[in-house]
Design a binder for this molecule. Structure first.
Ligand code: N01
Length: 555
């Protein structure tokens, strides 16, 4: 499929068009992953706006365009990891498995782009460099790395929650004579790992997937683990066709249920607190849950208080720790793989993860105890002087999450305020989508959005954004932004909710602590999708109480 930028019949897509006069459109969308594609569809095809999308990559797909590492797949059941807005699409697209691989998800997103003729409004291989608000004209000026300028009333940023890569630079890295690849910048042509000596740094979602996938292929695999993680099996299996049919028969109810739940994962969440049942029942329930698989399932389907109660959290982790001891043959490796932290990162799942360490060609190195000191021309050396000869180093080191990609763009709001300055202490947002001082700028999964499965939440946010735009048009409003007071109250409430959970107590991308110098604070609304939906609805029902609306002169 060719992904080259095209020019549409209305002349809106202006690939290569440069010049002194900015191109006028109604809305600019940045990004064409799940979020950006739906935003483009919604604004262009349902609201009838002139929309120009920009995409850094050479094709649609966002995360699924970039993350081509071996083993990359969704760990959300695909019946909730897809769009709901297009019923016919849901009925006609046949997923091959419960947790589809990257190539299949990318194929799905390409199909969506084709089906809705979205590509004609997207300019690929284009980085948005800066956006600046012109208060008098009530318009954004958007500048790209191709020297183009566009003017738009609305700016929609679907730039990715986990997209700005964290690529550590170890001393001596440039001297390495082999190949180094970050999981989220994996070469499209693939990397030949057969028979090679491979090192993986990082054991988050990306690391555990890549480790399981490459172990049978490589000559030798060394895993450099800094923090041991709780991993439960995925129990990958074909899609349950009976369940799929049930969803089709109860389509509206199913999606309503997804959006009313805590996680938006599409499974029935527990209403029972582990604290309220006897210890033996807790353990038996977690053992059963472990066998049925799924990371979020393990955290939210067995009991409802794993993320908030030390009793529940300990019961959940005791079962995983016991499984590690049962599975891993070498006691020293088992000890190193056993986490010592609370279970309060994004929950992980992968099949045969711990079993992989029983392979003769796999070794675990604890780089908490003996940190990586440098990369050498032939491999890696730790502080204590141990040397590891490597042909390929895989960096599964994660992302500058939530605000990382937003801050890569120079964003200048009302009164010339830079977003980087407005967010110097921490990223600020109201309802996870708008930030004070940046009118008509909507962030899909901006800071303090819901901590949930993303595609259904993207749709809900885009629907809200479209609702706001429709309301503005109806009432002659040209600019909208949250008041500082409403934003402060949203931040306070998010902090209060997060403070009642265990997530601030563990370092991870969820609270920014994985990035040196980044403000450490939970960057999510942890109150669940259902509660989040009510907040969004309340804002619409109250005619946008908590927002400043600037009416067009003469209307
Ligand atoms: O990144 P991570 P990820 N030296 O931040 C280690 C989504 N996702 O790409 O914990 C040594 O979780 C770091 O160690 P530590 C999903 O939401 C989804 O894996 O900081 N180690 C950690 O082990 C996920 O949560 C899917 O001590 C270093 C690892 O690198 C999110 O993306 C698949 C290091 C980073 O783990 C991020 O996952 C993939 C250093 N200098 C991703 N720097 C699915 O749906 C970092 N580390 C399945």
């Amino acid at each position: 499929m060719t992904e080259a930028p095209t020019t549409d019949s209305t002349g809106l897509t202006a690939a290569g068009r440069t010049g002194p006069e900015p191109t006028e459109v109604d809305a600019v969308v940045i990004g064409s992953g799940f979020a950006g594609l739906y935003a483009l569809y919604k604004l262009r095809d349902e609201l009838g706006l002139r929309v120009q999308s920009f995409e850094n990559a050479g094709g649609v797909g966002g995360t699924w365009w970039w993350n081509r590492y071996p083993g990359a797949r969704s760990d959300t059941e695909v019946t909730a990891y897809c769009y709901s807005f297009d019923r016919e699409l849901f009925d006609s697209w046949a997923w091959s498995e419960r947790y589809p691989r990257q190539a299949e998800i990318l194929a799905y997103l390409n199909h969506v782009a084709d089906r809705h003729d979205l590509r004609r409004s997207i300019q690929f291989d284009t980085q948005v460099r800066s956006v600046a608000w012109d208060d008098e004209a009530a318009r954004w000026t958007v500048r790209t790395d191709r020297g183009q300028a566009f003017r738009a009333r609305f700016l929609i940023e679907g730039v990715g929650l986990l997209s700005a890569t964290k690529i550590p630079e170890f001393p001596g890295q440039a001297s390495f004579r082999g190949e180094i690849h970050h999981t989220a910048r994996w070469p499209h042509a693939g990397v030949d790992l057969a028979g090679k000596r491979v090192g993986v740094i990082g054991t988050g979602s990306s690391g555990i997937q890549v480790i399981g996938d490459v172990a049978p292929v490589v000559g030798h695999l060394t895993v450099f683990q800094r923090t041991a993680q709780y991993v439960v099996p995925s129990k990958h299996r074909p899609i349950d066709t009976g369940y799929l049919q049930w969803i089709k028969d109860n389509y509206a109810d199913y999606w309503r249920g997804v959006l009313a739940s805590v996680t938006a994962f599409g499974f029935t969440e527990s209403q029972v607190a582990a604290e309220d049942v006897p210890a033996a029942e807790r353990e038996a329930t977690f053992r059963r849950q472990y066998e049925s698989g799924g990371g979020f399932h393990y955290m939210f389907q067995a009991f409802n208080d794993v993320g908030v109660s030390l009793v529940a959290n300990t019961a959940a982790t005791d079962v995983i720790k016991a499984k590690i001891a049962e599975i891993v043959a070498d006691p020293q490796t088992a000890r190193a793989l056993t986490p010592t932290e609370l279970y309060a990162r994004r929950p992980l799942c992968a099949d045969y993860y711990y079993e992989t360490y029983n392979r003769k060609n796999v070794a675990l190195v604890d780089v908490r105890a003996d940190p990586i000191a440098e990369i050498t021309p032939t491999g890696l050396r730790t502080r204590d002087g141990r040397e590891y000869e490597l042909d390929v180093i895989i960096l599964a080191t994660g992302f500058d999450a939530v605000s990382g990609n937003q801050l890569k763009i120079e964003q200048i709001g009302r009164g010339g305020v830079r977003l980087a300055d407005a967010w110097a202490d921490r990223p600020l947002a109201h309802l996870g989508m708008m930030t004070a001082g940046f009118p008509n700028m909507f962030m899909i999964f901006g800071p303090m959005g819901p901590f949930t499965n993303q595609p259904p939440a993207h749709e809900a946010q885009v629907d809200w954004i479209a609702g706001v735009i429709a309301m503005m048009r109806e009432r002659g409003v040209e600019a909208v932004e949250p008041t500082a007071a409403a934003q402060a109250e949203w931040m306070r409430m998010c902090d209060e909710i997060a403070g009642g959970t265990l997530f601030p107590r563990v370092n991870s991308w969820i609270n920014g602590s994985n990035i040196d110098g980044k403000p450490v604070t939970v960057m999510f609304f942890m109150g669940g999708m259902g509660a989040y939906m009510k907040h969004m609805q309340a804002a619409l029902d109250s005619d946008l109480a908590g927002f400043e609306l600037r009416r067009r002169v003469g209307v």
